[in-house]
Design a protein around this ligand. Structure first.
Ligand code: HEC
Ligand code: HEC
Ligand code: HEC
Ligand code: HEC
Ligand code: HEC
Length: 440
């Protein structure tokens, strides 16, 4: 229960910006990842293809910082801190050297190194009891923080309990907005979960131990792989949630009503799904009836009647994210479609964020509140949705009831509006299940 209390505790009126480490160092205090890669070849290659290596140069990060957050920080003092704040997690080298704002990724500065070897392996602790908002303490130097005792290396290695702990990840994975809302809470979600009690850490699920070459010569059968796969990995998302479809009868007469129950069990994720950048992630369930000729009907979810439920049911007429237009200086911007192209009536598992004017927003730094409703699927939680379908008179049996669970990193409407690459918002199939109704 302790973790639960921590989560509910409101942040102070204004979230402190931990800038103790800002501008304390020089770029030359940190080696380039390529230098580490000379000996740690395999780990370098894994890291290089992960989001950690792209945390500043990746298109969506580039767009959100340079087109939205930075201009907003420069004209609106309440959010001024994010000018350096975003950078402390996304381009820590630039933050540590006081290179704020950094030049754009196209300039090829060292900010582009992102969350590099020299960030993680020089972090020695945190200033906070329960870390968040880049509250890391860093000591660059010859000796690297390592995960094993008695390791001999040319650069010296110090065994670090902290590196192996989820609190280490929490320094960047939990975040409070300038308004005191928890806009990222992956660590706090994990802390309350059964995984924390069982001692299953972030590292256990995201660094997959197995055979590997720690250096070109040194083989280990249980090396910590630097894959860091998350929501950008289709393989990691696949089957994360278990699905079941149960109609209340298996024979129907056209014109008759069927009740369908769908169960969704979060079987793989050590925190909520979606987690992390919850302001923009969408997980949704489409339930379709398909007859023998291929004719399809989308079935809307039965309402449950909880507070804020309207934000969890796709509505093609709902508009949101007006703050984007405000920041970009577009007059009378009515927003873009709240739910992208999700079919009307589909259940969306999400946690909506609201700006100080009460509008739903993807601008996490401009989030005043996100406590209205949290309809994501918790670790090992099962959600149950029901559907009522009147089989059309002209349907030709047998009729298949299909349930499809999709994931999108960003609503497609936002992705198109900001001209992001399609890979950033195209739906990814997480799982599917079906049942067949025969006709009498
Ligand atoms: C210095 C800050 C920092 C630390 C420490 C850190 N991360 Fe991250 N992590 C990031 C940033 C920034 C991103 C987002 C990259 C992006 O989307 O551009 C990220 C992304 C991720 C992702 C998502 C990848 C995806 O495909 O969506 C995973 C998984 C992840 N981190 C796991 C971890 C784990 C596990 C730890 C602890 C062992 C950790 N991180 C420690 C900054 C950090
Ligand atoms: C000249 C080769 C060489 C270079 C360059 C090098 N390392 Fe190492 N490193 C080693 C060797 C050898 C080990 C010991 C491996 C073992 O026994 O597991 C090691 C071990 C480590 C460990 C500890 C592994 C553990 O088990 O905890 C870390 C962390 C590490 N290196 C990080 C780095 C970083 C970061 C860089 C770049 C700044 C770097 N290394 C550059 C050779 C090198
Ligand atoms: C039991 C395994 C497990 C544990 C423990 C776990 N994760 Fe995950 N994590 C997953 C899986 C599976 C996914 C992919 C599905 C998804 O995106 O939710 C994921 C996704 C993520 C993402 C992307 C989330 C998003 O919605 O964009 C991040 C970031 C992340 N994990 C960080 C962490 C951190 C930090 C911890 C520890 C505090 C942690 N994870 C603990 C299994 C785990
Ligand atoms: C996001 C933080 C992060 C980044 C970036 C990162 N590491 Fe690590 N690394 C870790 C953690 C955490 C562990 C220990 C995992 C565990 O066993 O608990 C680790 C373990 C290691 C080990 C020991 C592996 C073993 O099992 O013996 C080496 C060597 C290493 N890292 C080198 C590197 C190099 C080289 C880079 C850059 C190419 C790098 N790391 C980037 C977090 C990071
Ligand atoms: C406390 C550390 C932290 C701060 C501060 C922070 N971020 Fe992040 N950011 C992360 C992590 C960790 C992730 C990955 C979460 C996930 O995978 O869901 C992320 C994800 C993102 C993403 C999503 C990337 C994708 O491909 O989906 C964008 C865009 C982004 N951040 C931009 C920003 C901007 C702009 C700011 C400043 C207003 C900012 N971040 C502040 C840590 C931080």
């Amino acid at each position: 229960m302790r973790g639960f209390l921590v989560l509910l505790l409101p942040l102070f009126l204004t979230v402190p910006v931990f800038s103790a480490e800002m501008g304390k160092f020089k770029y030359k205090d940190f080696k380039k990842p390529e230098q580490c890669g000379r000996c740690h070849k395999q780990i370098y290659q894994e890291w290089k293809s992960s989001l950690m290596a792209k945390s500043f140069v990746h298109r969506w990060d580039d767009v959100e910082y340079f087109r939205l957050a930075l201009p907003h920080a420069l004209k609106f003092s309440k959010v001024a801190g994010v000018k350096g704040g975003c950078i402390a997690c996304h381009a820590p080298l630039a933050f540590l050297t006081g290179d704020i704002p950094p030049k754009s990724p196209s300039e090829g500065t060292r900010a582009n190194e992102g969350v590099s070897c020299e960030i993680c392996h020089n972090i020695v602790g945190t200033t906070e009891k329960v870390p968040y908002n880049f509250s890391y303490i860093i000591k660059p130097g010859r000796v690297k923080q390592g995960s094993r005792k008695n390791v001999r290396a040319p650069h010296g290695v110090k065994y670090s309990e902290f590196l192996r702990s989820p609190e280490f990840c929490a320094t960047c994975h939990d975040e409070g907005s300038p308004y005191g809302a928890w806009v990222k809470s992956t660590y706090r979600e994990w802390k309350e979960s059964p995984y924390a009690k069982e001692g299953v850490r972030c590292q256990d699920c995201h660094m997959g131990y197995g055979p590997g070459y720690v250096t070109k010569r040194k083989f280990r059968k249980d090396m910590a792989h630097h894959t860091f796969h998350g929501a950008h990995s289709k393989a990691k998302l696949a089957g994360a949630v278990d699905l079941g479809v149960y109609p209340d009868k298996d024979r129907v007469v056209p014109g008759e009503k069927v009740k369908i129950t769908v169960t969704l069990f979060n079987q793989k994720v050590g925190h909520y799904i979606p987690s992390g950048s919850a302001e923009e992630r969408m997980l949704w369930l489409e339930v379709w009836a398909v007859d023998a000729t291929g004719k399809r009907w989308h079935i809307p979810v039965d309402k449950k009647g909880f507070k804020g439920e309207e934000y969890t049911i796709a509505d093609p007429n709902a508009y949101a994210y007006q703050a984007m237009g405000e920041i970009l200086g577009i007059k009378n911007f009515r927003g873009v479609k709240r739910d992208g192209d999700v079919p009307k009536g589909a259940r969306i598992f999400r946690r909506p964020f609201f700006d100080p004017k009460g509008r739903m927003t993807i601008c996490q730094w401009y989030t005043k509140d996100n406590t209205l409703v949290d309809y994501r699927i918790g670790p090992r939680e099962t959600k149950v949705e029901t559907y009522t379908f009147r089989v059309p008179k002209d349907a030709i049996g047998p009729i298949r009831i299909e349930a499809k669970l999709y994931y999108a990193l960003v609503p497609s409407s936002v992705g198109k509006f900001l001209e992001l690459p399609e890979t950033e918002y195209e739906p990814v199939l997480v799982n599917s299940a079906s049942a067949v109704l025969s006709t009498k």
